[in-house]
Design a protein around this ligand. Structure first.
Ligand code: G6P
Length: 615
């Protein structure tokens, strides 16, 4: 978690670093800080709170001039969010300034050593230990900053993306990465450093993505030198051409990124299947699958690893893969998988799903699966992310940047990619009839338009939200393909409105949750006409006879549920396996409107972060 930004060049650093932090706030937002150097003095401001609080503080405290600067937006790990624990951290001499995203796991032993040697620490952070360790190396070994960073990092255990400069030699910034992302934007005699490319997109399209275990010295007028931290070899960096544009990372006319991203789903899904789905010819082209088709066809089983919303997409995929392609699937929380000594063989395929491609537990699960000989296939959104590079093969979702912390378009585009894979394998294995295969392809192509129709229910959903915004608890029920959607709906509500919500398979209600139902309890039931419809209607009757309040997510034109429910929200009809792509939409809007009505910070819910790079 945490976002880091840096600049060295001919422009004023402050506006670039500040704007960059605002764009990276999705990575953490409990405190923020900036350090600037203007040829004469070092200026540091930091504060608990958001980047907006930092801006107010900084502009009243210091002169913000200077062409070198670094900044940090924090999601606290070691040390509570307060001004002192905020980054940047400064070494005891006052010369070295560092920002850090990650965790130094052996910081306590390092701190003890440094304390014995006379170092003093103001904060509770692991980062302050690191900056003093670097300083200690400079003093002891009489080496330059770059070498000192390398020696210090060879003594640390943990994960990091760091940027550090020495105010007595203000023409370079040293950066390094292990386990946390770091990009260097290469402009015209100017360089940008950031956790992702969004802070520098309007200045350059050229970026170097450091690999794990690499560091770089970024020198004013002299360029970037990359080397390996652990074996000291020089690396010839590849300069990527970025595809991002500014519009993708701005809110445009929407009040929140989450709402913008909900409304982007029709176009995001089109981007996901563009060039892959050729419904008329009955072809699905996906290089990552085509190149490894035999392996997929011979796979004993597929194990899906993921966290959060991506895990829910994995559950939907389990239903789709097993139903269409008849391949056994297991879905695991990456955080459990990595520590439970799982049985994995070389004929297993592990699919790792991750929007950010940086989630620490998912990354660790992949590494474990590879060690055990499995073939790993990544489904990521962020191009060039760590997981996409670590996987043996993969498919991007191409949803565009997702900035709202609560995931929306990432979820539906993940399901789209996984559906394409399942259909491709089903066709190759002969587990789907020709007619069904073509029908699925044609229907998938209509999903963006059907999502547009589902979005037209927005005003009605707002009314439903108003009615239930004061509920303390909420149940979400679904069956089959829509059971994971119920889990996802409940997660969305919890994440952004802080209302307790649980998702359940509708039939399981009788084994516990039914005890919770009374006239205070709203129950959102996904009851589309396909798939166990009558059984779900019976479940609705059971809720009704216990005075529960029913919000039915139904197929357009439905009358049976309408007669029983307090509210119904319609979605267009589609093939059963594709219903999650439609039923998800009203659940996203419902939680969005409830959170807005409750005055919550929808895009930056408390305690959460978009990219969880710590385990
Ligand atoms: C965090 C985010 C969730 C996301 C999960 C997994 O908890 O807040 O929205 O689903 O991480 O992230 P990933 O990037 O791996 O999909």
């Amino acid at each position: 978690m945490c976002g880091i930004v840096g600049y060295i060049g001919h422009r004023e650093a402050y506006p670039i670093v500040l704007k960059g932090l605002q764009r990276l706030e999705y990575r953490g937002y409990d405190s923020a800080g900036i350090a600037l150097y203007d040829e004469k003095e070092l200026k540091v401001s930091k504060t608990k709170g958001k980047v907006a609080d930092l801006k107010a503080k900084m502009e009243s405290e210091v002169d913000t001039s200077g062409t070198l600067g670094i900044g940090h937006t924090r999601w606290a790990t070691h040390g509570v969010p307060n001004d002192v624990n905020s980054h940047p951290h400064i070494s005891n001499s006052g010369n070295l300034v560092v920002i850090h995203n990650g965790i130094i796991e052996n910081y306590e032993s390092l701190k003890k050593e440094l304390t014995k040697r006379g170092y003093k620490f103001e904060s509770d952070t692991d980062t302050e230990v690191l900056v003093n360790l670097i300083e200690d190396v400079i003093l002891k070994e009489k080496v330059k900053l770059g070498k000192a960073v390398q020696i210090a990092l060879n003594q640390t255990v943990g994960a990091y993306a760091i940027a550090v400069f020495d105010k007595s030699k203000p023409n370079e910034i040293v950066v390094a990465r292990l386990g946390s992302p770091l990009a260097i934007g290469v402009g015209d005699d100017e360089y940008f450093i950031a956790s992702d490319a969004s802070p520098f997109i309007e200045f350059t399209n050229n970026a170097i993505y450091l690999e794990d275990g690499e560091m770089a010295v970024v020198r004013r007028h002299k360029g970037v030198k990359v080397r390996k931290i652990f074996d000291d070899s020089l690396v010839d960096p590849y300069i990527h051409e970025l595809q991002l544009n500014l519009e993708q990372i701005e809110k445009n006319n929407f009040d929140h990124f989450m709402l913008k991203e909900i409304y982007e789903q029709p176009s995001a899904i089109k981007d996901t299947y563009r060039g892959r789905l050729h419904a008329e010819e009955g072809i699905i082209r996906m290089a990552g699958i085509d190149d490894n088709l035999e392996r997929f066809l011979n796979a004993r089983r597929i194990v899906i690893v993921a966290c959060g919303t991506s895990w829910h997409a994995g559950l939907v995929a389990e239903y789709i893969f097993e139903d269409l392609a008849r391949i056994p699937v297991e879905v695991e929380y990456a955080s459990e998988f990595r520590y439970r000594n799982p049985i994995i063989n070389s004929d297993d395929i592990v699919i790792a799903i991750s929007q950010s491609g940086e989630t620490a537990d998912t990354m660790a699960a992949i590494k474990l699966a590879k060690e055990k000989g499995a073939f790993v296939f990544g489904v990521c959104n962020v191009v060039g992310s760590s997981i996409s590079r670590e996987a043996n093969a993969g498919a991007y979702t191409h949803a565009g940047p997702e900035i709202g912390v609560a995931s929306t378009k990432a979820f539906t585009t993940q399901i789209t990619v996984l559906t394409l894979i399942a259909l491709k394998l089903a066709k190759a294995k002969g587990t789907i009839s020709n007619t069904d295969y073509h029908m699925h392809l044609q229907e998938l192509e209509t999903i963006p338009q059907k999502i547009e129709i589902a979005l037209e229910e927005n005003d009605h959903i707002k009314e439903v939200a108003f009615k239930y915004k004061d509920a303390r608890n909420c149940l979400y029920l679904g069956r089959g393909f829509n059971f994971p959607v119920a889990l996802e709906g409940a997660l969305k509500l919890k994440e952004i409105s802080y209302i307790h919500a649980e998702g359940y398979p509708a039939a399981e209600m009788k084994h516990g949750p039914i005890a919770l139902i009374d006239e205070e309890m709203p129950v959102v039931v996904i009851a589309t006409r396909k798939g166990h419809y009558e059984k779900v209607v019976s479940n609705i009757q059971e809720i009704k006879s216990r005075q529960g309040k029913i919000i039915g997510i139904v197929t357009e034109g439905d009358t049976s549920v309408r007669d029983l429910a307090d509210y119904v929200i319609e979605v267009p009809d589609t093939i059963e396996a594709l219903t999650p792509l439609l039923t998800t939409i009203p659940l996203q809007l419902l939680s969005y409107h409830i959170a807005v009505m409750l005055g919550k910070n929808v895009d930056q819910p408390r305690n959460l972060a978009k990219s969880v790079t710590v385990e």
